[in-house]
Ligand binder design. Structure first.
Ligand code: EPZ
Length: 418
């Protein structure tokens, strides 16, 4: 098993260009099949979840190939509409393909995505939206059989602003006759990036970023080139690392407005933060203080994906910080691993209380999930001594090369391949 090995206690200094956003490129890769031609995604991050999506595209008969930082997809020869279990199991969020396959072919088959490290990942909101557009969906033996002689646009009100359900509804609506109005839609910046990609491809989508999104279906599509937006959660991770270890870090290719709740918390903790045109700078002396209660919420609230890394940054702060995780049932799995490094964290259901300790000690730990693994990187940088992180495949799902990136900022970090 490979490990990431960190010798902590060093300040971070330097400049880093932020990778393309995982949670933007995954729905965009599904959206490429709406066009029977070529699309080019610039700034596409090299992630295992992206490779999993590429395997699904190729299984469906599409061509997908890297040309440096750009990924070119040709969906002109798409020949299948089924996603087999072994590909679904690789990436829980592959349900994102459902709406796009239905829009393109009028039918789709996939195994139920099932739960993941964060707890059950229900897709009831996805299925309700697709049924409202006219799809017939049968769930049998862990498989989803979907057909839609025709999809018809209409008003759809989501019972909660689910990111995935919003994306699936948009993609299916692109294949529906007439207009679809999506109410209570998710407002994440990744939805706006998806809209920008779809419009570049000739689709008519308006309103992303707000709770009401309008889609005019069955438009003539065309070849398109799109640059994937920067990853605001990867950016939050590196800011948390600099806050915890101390230092001065400038991030490039980032819209600082996309992570204003995270920078507000880091500012409360005692960091100096400055946002510029496409840049974000953080200065920290590494001696942080606790912050007011952190409640995760749909965008523009505090992002659940940044909960673990902010927690890791506050492990040595003065005082105690309360976290309330409102988005997922099981998103404190990193706590036991942080405790092995000397953290003082108590958890009761969705509430975690982090009480600052004077020092953290390097230890052998294991990534439990993507963002929990990222939290171990942050804690390892602030700890005295050596931290060895196992099960790093979780981290590689969403971070292109944390060893390269943190090394560029002066961290003593290596990848130990076994
Ligand atoms: C997306 O997941 C992201 N993943 C997640 O990032 C992120 O944490 C989440 O949005 C919230 O921002 C991608 O974009 C690939 P949701 P998604 O539907 O779409 C419940 C990461 O670390 N729900 O907004 O699955 C669901 O169980 C990942 O990068 C239903 O009950 O999130 C969860 O409790 C983790 N029924 C809540 O809603 C449904 O049909 C939010 O889920 C759908 C969701």
């Amino acid at each position: 098993m490979s490990h990431i090995v960190i010798e902590g206690g060093r300040r971070l200094e330097g400049t880093l260009t932020v990778q393309g956003a995982k949670n933007s490129v995954l729905p965009i890769l599904a959206a490429t099949i709406l066009h029977p031609g070529r699309t080019v995604l610039r700034g596409c991050p090299h992630l295992s979840d992206v490779e999993a999506s590429i395997r699904i595209l190729r299984h469906l008969g599409c061509e997908a190939r890297w040309e440096g930082e750009a990924l070119t997809v040709d969906a002109g020869v798409m020949s299948r509409g089924d996603v087999p279990e072994h590909l679904m199991r690789e990436m829980r969020s592959s349900v994102i393909f459902l709406g796009a396959i239905l829009a393109r072919l009028g039918w789709a088959e996939m195994s139920y995505p099932g739960g993941c490290e964060l707890g059950p990942r229900p897709i009831d909101l996805h299925l309700t939206a697709l049924r409202q557009l006219g799809a017939e969906l049968a769930e049998e033996g862990g498989a989803l059989h979907c057909s839609a002689r025709r999809l018809t646009g209409r008003e759809i009100a989501l019972s909660m602003p689910s990111v995935g359900a919003t994306e699936n509804a948009i993609l299916a609506a692109c294949g529906a006759e007439g207009e679809t109005v999506l109410l209570n839609a998710a407002r994440e910046p990744e939805i706006t990036d998806l809209q920008d990609f779809l419009c570049a491809m000739g689709c008519r989508v308006r309103g992303a970023g707000s709770s009401t999104i309008c889609i005019l279906g069955r438009r003539q599509t065309r070849d398109a080139v799109h640059t994937v937006m920067p990853d605001r959660i990867a950016a939050a991770t590196y800011l948390a690392a600099a806050a915890a270890a101390g230092g001065e870090v400038e991030l490039r290719r980032i819209n600082y407005r996309h992570l204003s709740t995270v920078t507000a918390a880091l500012h409360e903790a005692g960091c100096q933060i400055a946002g510029g045109e496409g840049t974000l700078t953080l200065r920290s002396d590494g001696a942080l203080r606790s912050v007011p209660t952190v409640r995760t919420a749909p965008y523009p609230g505090f992002p659940t994906d940044a909960q673990a890394v902010l927690m890791a940054a506050l492990l040595r702060s003065q005082g105690a910080t309360v976290f309330v995780e409102n988005m997922f049932e099981n998103r404190y799995r990193h706590v036991d691993e942080l405790r092995r490094m000397g953290a003082d964290i108590s958890v009761a259901d969705r509430v975690a209380v982090v009480t600052g300790v004077p020092r953290l000690c390097g230890a052998s730990v294991r990534a439990t999930d993507l963002r929990g693994g990222a939290a171990l990187l942050v804690a390892g940088l602030a700890a005295e001594g050596v931290t060895r992180i196992g099960d790093i495949h979780h981290i590689q799902r969403g971070y292109e090369d944390p060893v390269r990136d943190l090394g560029l900022l002066g961290a003593r970090i290596t990848l130990e391949e076994e």
